[in-house]
Design a protein around this ligand. Structure first.
Ligand code: B12
Ligand code: SF4
Length: 624
């Protein structure tokens, strides 16, 4: 028997880790490690497998020591936790095989002794595990490159959900994959290069077998269909959805589904109706931008269906006396999202800022779109130029790439862009122009009042509830009690929280369970945004104080003793103010919740401490 340890590294705290909502719900992690559960299904019977997801269980020394090989799955956000994990395992000496989107794209940037598997496991990896188990690691095994081998996923075995035994209840959501790849050609997106441009589908019996297994293991609740664009092949999807409906009816709707799809599904009402009947209650749409010029430049044709036709959007527009195309797009997308939300399912949406064609008022347009289409969860971030994409080729040819690895794509607010941004006129602009635009949108959409207003608006306009109803149990009461404590008593936005619940109750008391769960999600988004923006304020204050200290130092050095003696009072006064500013930064840093301190720019802070020493003769440290 070969002992294989499967490890999923720790997730950093981001928009998507939802830990503030998880605390309210009494859970440890949002999703199980789908990649590892999938590859676990590919092992022959003579392997003994153990899974440790570090987000829900402690990884013990004996787990590593007793294994012949450790297999790790990682995505971009795991870079730091992965390197820490590799270093820990290297000390014990067990060989390591790492796969997933992070090594597939950035294997050459990861530190430590490990073999990196690039591509999909279906291309074959058991021989590598066998070699590592028998001979250990050597440099000739650094990379196993199986990129762009896209097998039909009808060959992919079922996920080994049984490995979650004892931990299943610690997750908020279970995950099942139905399709891989996407036929669209958005210029910023790497899905085509990672998973291909053809939509590969599992067949319905495979999907239902995974549902059966989850049901057998006692799962009830949310299941994410972890596809990038579930409706890449609408024709093939339809019969599968019908079978899912039949399965759900037979099992009394134990699951509710959440997925990602392109806005093209709006044009196929039969498909959306069938998704609703199958039990989908939320869909994430990549809306990307409210600007028609930006959408065109990124080839996001998926969001431009029907534009220019004499649709409802045009009528609304002329009723308002507006005739410009930009406003038309906003209205068209808004209208589609509103209709989807009132008739079929709740929508979440992703937005990107930083395209060359972005108009100067992109932030205002985006906020308007998010608010008017009642989108509760909006993921807003700067453009990241990812390897093996059309954008990567464009920016590198134009000499506008700053870094080939985009570390900013972590789901947190960042000031780092990996490209040189331009304005509409083609002139270079300061990266802060782009990041300030992102900041401005986040600040406004996650102000508590704005989040609760959008969510209330959505609930008040919802014509049909999802077919799945979470049964009210003792646990739901416990979650409600935690929500009341964290949001209704402790939080700074308790007024908005109570007003929201009260309004929902008046409108329709039956919406209360959903309202409580959306409020918990809001708690995470509001808290993370507030902390992230405080970290950004600190970083900006450090930057400007550093500049002031440098100017003062240079001036004192340059003007010499006589000047200093003559202006001692003035200089002392200025130093006093600088010292005060430094203390206030120190206080701000200590007020930041420890999870978020990682975002503080350590090297600027070191430089600040050094300059402070030069000016005041005192060594200080804020101890981040
Ligand atoms: C579902 C999903 C999410 C979910 C949750 C994911 C999770 N489990 O935590 C949500 C919506 C929360 C999410 C958020 C984000 N996501 Co996401 N997400 C996905 C998506 C659509 C599916 C992931 C999945 O489960 N796939 C199914 C499994 C089977 O695939 P897999 O893990 O890749 O495994 C296969 C291979 O990689 C390989 N493999 C994997 N592990 C191993 C290990 C070994 C040893 C071997 C041999 C092989 C192997 O074999 C497997 C079978 O073929 C992927 C895209 C995709 N199609 O995969 C993006 C993706 C993983 N996400 C991505 C990103 C960037 C993010 C965000 C950072 C976005 C943001 N800016 O906020 C956040 C951060 C998440 C966080 N936790 O904080 C990127 C990662 C890029 C990278 N280089 O790492 C992806 C690839 C999308 C993309 N466009 O590039 N995401
Ligand atoms: S529709 Fe989504 S997954 Fe498909 S190419 Fe565009 S951004 Fe990527």
């Amino acid at each position: 028997m070969t002992n294989v340890l499967l490890v999923y590294p720790e997730n950093p705290k981001t928009f998507w880790s939802y830990e503030k909502a998880l605390e309210i719900d009494g859970k440890k992690s949002m999703f199980p490690p789908t990649g590892l559960l999938t590859i676990a299904g590919m092992f022959p019977a003579n392997y003994n497998l153990k899974l440790v997801d570090m987000n829900v269980t402690k990884l013990k020394y004996s787990d590593i020591r007793d294994a012949n090989v450790v297999l790790i799955s990682a995505m971009g956000i795991h870079k730091q936790s992965l390197e820490k994990l590799i270093a820990r395992i290297n000390k014990i000496g067990t060989p390591i095989l790492v796969g997933g989107p992070l090594p597939t794209q950035h294997f050459d940037k990861i530190k430590g002794e490990a073999t990196f598997f690039l591509g999909e496991a279906e291309a074959g990896f058991i021989d590598v595990v066998e070699r590592l188990a028998s001979n250990g690691y050597d440099e000739s095994m650094r990379v196993v490159d199986k990129r762009k081998i896209f097998r039909q996923i009808t060959e992919t075995p079922m996920q080994r959900f049984d490995l979650l035994k004892g931990t299943m209840k610690k997750y908020e959501v279970m995950a099942v994959q139905l399709t891989r790849g996407c036929p669209e050609s958005c210029t910023f997106c790497n899905i085509g290069s990672l998973f291909g441009k053809e939509t590969r589908l599992k067949n319905e019996s495979m999907l239902l077998a995974e549902f059966d297994e989850l049901y057998k293991l006692g799962w009830k609740g949310s299941v994410m269909i972890v596809d990038d664009n579930v409706a890449g092949n609408q024709e093939a999807l339809m019969p599968i959805l019908k079978s899912v409906e039949t399965w759900q009816v037979a099992h009394k709707y134990p699951f509710t589904f959440f997925t990602q799809a392109s806005l093209r599904i709006y044009d196929n009402k039969t498909l959306m109706e069938q998704m609703y009947l199958a039990g989908f209650d939320q869909v994430f749409f990549g809306i990307e931008s409210p600007s028609i010029d930006s959408l065109k430049s990124m080839a996001a044709l998926k969001n431009m269906q029907g534009l220019g036709a004499q649709g409802q959007g045009t009528q609304e527009l002329s009723a308002q006396g507006k005739s410009d195309a930009a406003a038309f797009v906003t209205l068209e997308i808004q209208r589609k999202l509103k209709e989807i939300q009132s008739k079929y399912f709740k929508a979440q949406a992703g937005f990107i800022i930083g395209f060359d064609k972005d108009p100067d008022n992109i932030s205002e347009m985006m906020v308007e779109l998010i608010e008017n289409s009642r989108i509760g969860v909006a993921m807003v971030g700067p453009l990241g130029v990812l390897p093996d994409t059309a954008d990567f080729r464009k920016y590198s040819m134009a000499g506008r790439l700053v870094d080939s690895i985009y570390t900013g794509d972590s789901g947190m607010f960042t000031r780092h862009l990996n490209f040189v941004p331009h304005n509409k006129e083609g002139q270079v602009i300061n990266p802060d122009v782009v990041t300030n635009r992102v900041r401005s949108v986040l600040e406004r959409v996650y102000a508590p009042k704005a989040y609760f207003a959008r969510t209330l608006d959505y609930l008040q306009h919802r014509e049909r509830k999802p077919l799945f109803h979470l049964p009210i149990t003792l646990k739901s009461f416990a979650s409600f009690a935690r929500s009341i404590f964290n949001q209704g008593i402790k939080s700074s936005y308790r007024r908005e929280y109570w007003k929201f619940l009260w309004n929902v109750f008046w409108h329709n008391p039956k919406d209360m369970p959903d309202a409580i769960s959306y409020a918990a999600v809001g708690h995470h988004l509001i808290t993370v945004t507030k902390q992230m923006l405080k970290v950004d304020d600190i970083n900006q204050n450090v930057k400007s104080l550093l500049l002031e200290l440098e100017i003062s130092l240079a001036e004192i050095k340059q003007k010499g003793r006589v000047y200093v003696d003559d202006n001692l009072e003035k200089i002392n006064g200025r130093l006093y103010v600088l010292g005060k500013k430094y203390s206030s930064i120190k206080t701000d840093i200590h007020r930041i919740k420890s999870d978020f301190r990682l975002g503080i720019n350590r090297s600027s802070l070191d430089a600040l401490e050094q300059k402070y020493f030069e000016l005041f003769g005192k060594r200080v440290s804020v101890g981040v």
